[in-house]
Design a protein around this ligand. Structure first.
Ligand code: IVH
Length: 669
């Protein structure tokens, strides 16, 4: 391939990848498999490596690019980023509507757009000729900070627009609730300080100098306005939002247009209850005059536009009595306190427990048993105790002290360097072992259906299991002897255990619960080394050499496999017949020089010597991808017996068609 061919292919790949990003991250509707997507990325990386002159920062391969910054560069906003005036009730909204109608001199109902007020961080994105060139924080409204590197890691942010517009768009970067809960879970496990809410977590992530950290934080973004020097083909805010969607921006779909304020008020009331069903936090609703002509007429004050207002939801807090503090020992030995509360209704659910996170928080807030406390939803399902109502004390409250010894096994608790959490470091602690087994059977690990927390506890308490290996030696008769265990559930359990023996290696690695090894690291390890034995005998240096695995993880893995009890555990798992190999395709197994490399192949009709799945695997191992339908993008069609409409379409489009024998001979080349 020469430079001009490479340039063309690189451009093509980038727009295809951008389209798939859009389908996946914006539309939530992927049209290709992860493998097919990875294949496109790999082809692009290969070309950019061969022709480094083609590598640009807006390439999808560079989402997590660049070296950590020394500090942030200041950015002047050409048009200031204003904030919004607030409304707290229906009357405030009616006043706003009156002011608007007075301002434009009409008695007629005004056309409004009502949107969710996303609880994140305002950002501005600059595009030149359709390319994302710079992103900045709001700062003080006039001067913000250049956070381009971090914003690029947000997969729903288009690096390349569908049309070559030069525009500035503004919106809200945020952390989805699940990502927030997961982040805090990991931080708690590592004994690091927790983020109070998703907004703080998002802000903290975008202010990281190293884009790799922002990348790990799974941020997302909704865009809500367009600011532009060039004249846009739109006359109203609602048109601008639609145009933004057409350009590839993620615009919040939960918006509605109304004529007159009463519809807006009813819509907002509806969202006051529904907001908890969203996968991200909102702190209110924004009402905007739709017509740009009216917006111009109304103008702005020094701080905020007169054509928009933010309705703020009432805070979701409730006061209740804290009856006791329960201590649980997690899989890693961290002892966490949970408040047991008098049932109270909060944001549509009944709350009886709330997180206290760690001892420091209990001490800082001065929480005592029997206190009236303020509980609040914190983006997660489990609410947290945010404050004590000291004025409601009766004198009967009792101070709480964290135990010095593990509530499960009695061994002395320790505080590891710089950690907030107290830990039980007894490897034989029953609570840790039990939690470890619960983790092992969980959905993202070995996915053993029918065995959950309750069954694990039951098996453990009856001493049928002492480690995860024992699951594979359970006998039907001993299970049937347990309470609440029918024949059917026992058979289902055994079948699920049996099935899990065949899991690909990454599930087992993740299931072992090695510290700091999450799903992603487990997959990287499995992919890189291929077998459990290879991982076990790898040196720390070899492990660190895997892109995206740092020294902390590598050290933990190496240490784990050095333990004699791990040796024994793996021996028993092997004896039980567990698969210890990675079943997916490993990057080094892909033959980049085959005739299938970079080609899109469609399989149609019946094949005699191979199943569809086998044929697909063979093509993918040769760097090709298999697609379900014939289009202009198809390079090759393999037609078996009785091929029908796909063959006809391929012939119509003049795409190369081969039969099964030819396919096999090409595979064997
Ligand atoms: S419009 C002139 N629309 O709320 C200001 N803002 O003070 C135009 N926000 O920090 C803002 N969701 O980032 C607008 N759908 C939405 C919004 C939204 C969240 C944030 C915005 C700003 C604050 C307003």
């Amino acid at each position: 391939m020469d430079l001009s061919q490479a340039t063309a292919r690189v451009e093509e790949l980038r727009s295809i990848i951008e389209e798939h990003n859009f389908n996946y991250y914006v539309k939530d509707n992927p049209t290709i498999s992860d493998q097919e997507y990875d294949q496109l990325i790999r082809e692009l990386i290969a070309l950019e490596t061969e022709f480094p002159e083609l590598l640009t920062p807006d390439s999808p391969t560079q989402r997590v690019g660049g070296t950590p910054l020394e500090g942030f560069v200041k950015v002047q906003h050409a048009i200031p980023m204003l904030s919004l005036a607030n409304a707290f009730n229906a009357e405030d909204l009616r006043d706003f509507d009156r002011r608007v109608r007075q301002g434009i001199g009409t008695d007629a109902p005004v056309h409004y757009v009502c949107e969710l007020k996303i609880d994140g961080l305002a950002v501005s994105l600059q595009y030149e000729n359709g390319r994302f060139v710079r992103g900045a924080t709001r700062g003080d409204g006039t001067t913000g900070e250049d956070i381009t590197q971090n914003l690029r890691t947000i997969r729903s942010l288009p690096l390349l627009l569908k049309k070559p517009y030069t525009v500035e768009v503004r919106g809200e970067a945020f952390m989805p609730r699940r990502a927030f809960a997961k982040l805090n879970e990991i931080r708690a496990e590592r004994g690091e300080a927790l983020f109070a809410n998703p907004r703080n977590a998002a802000a903290g992530s975008l202010r990281q100098l190293d884009p790799k950290i922002a990348d790990e934080r799974s941020l997302d973004i909704f865009l809500y306005s367009m600011v532009s020097e060039e004249v846009l083909p739109v006359a109203a805010h609602s048109d601008a939002l639609r145009l933004m969607e057409e350009l590839g921006f993620k615009v919040n779909p939960e918006r509605r247009e109304f004529t007159g304020i009463e519809g807006v008020i009813a819509f907002i009331e509806g969202w006051t209850d529904k907001r908890n069903e969203l996968s991200y936090d909102i702190d209110g609703m924004v009402v905007k005059v739709d017509s740009f002509a009216y917006q111009d007429e109304l103008g702005t004050t020094a701080k905020s536009p007169r054509w928009a207002i933010a309705y703020k939801f009432p805070a979701e807090e409730a006061v209740t009595v804290l009856r006791d503090i329960e201590l649980t020992v997690g899989r890693t030995g961290a002892v966490t306190p949970t408040a047991l509360l008098d049932a109270v209704s909060l944001a549509g659910t009944t709350v009886k427990r709330a997180s206290l996170h760690n001892e420091d928080i209990i001490r800082e807030k001065g929480i005592m048993i029997g206190d009236h406390v303020v509980v609040k939803k914190a983006g997660d399902i489990i609410p947290e105790v945010v404050a004590v109502k000291a004025e409601l004390r009766t004198g009967d409250e009792k101070p709480f002290a964290m135990p010095t010894h593990c509530p499960a096994c009695g061994s002395e608790l320790v505080r590891l360097d710089e950690e907030v959490a107290l830990r039980c470091i007894n490897p034989k602690c029953p609570a840790q072992i039990k939690e470890g087994i619960i983790h092992f059977v969980s959905r993202n690990a070995m996915n053993i259906e029918g065995i959950g927390e309750r069954v694990v506890s039951q098996l453990y308490e009856h001493q049928l299991i002492h480690s995860v290996a024992d699951l594979y030696y359970l006998k039907r008769a001993e299970l049937l002897a347990l309470e609440r265990m029918g024949e059917k559930s026992v058979d289902n359990m055994l079948a699920a255990i049996e099935k899990s023996r065949e899991n690909s290696l990454e599930r087992l690695i993740f299931g072992l619960g090695i510290r700091f090894v999450g799903e992603k690291a487990a997959k990287l390890l499995a992919q890189h080394f291929g077998t459990m034995d290879a991982i076990r005998s790898a040196s720390e240096e070899e492990i660190v050499s895997i892109h995206e695995i740092g020294t902390k993880i590598a050290e933990s893995i190496h240490k784990y496999f050095e333990k004699p009890e791990v040796d024994e555990l793996l021996g028993r798992l092997k004896e039980a017949g567990l698969n210890m190999e990675y079943k997916g395709l490993r990057p080094q197994d892909v033959d980049q020089n085959s005739r299938f490399s970079g080609k899109t192949v469609v399989l149609t009709g019946a094949m005699e010597q191979l199943s569809r799945k086998e044929a697909q695997a063979l093509i993918e191992a040769r760097g090709g991808k298999v697609s379900g339908s014939v289009s202009k993008k198809t390079d090759l069609v393999v037609a078996g017996e009785d091929a029908g409409s796909k063959l006809a379409k391929a012939e119509e489009l003049g795409i190369e068609v081969i039969d099964e024998d030819t396919f096999i001979s090409w595979i064997n080349e």
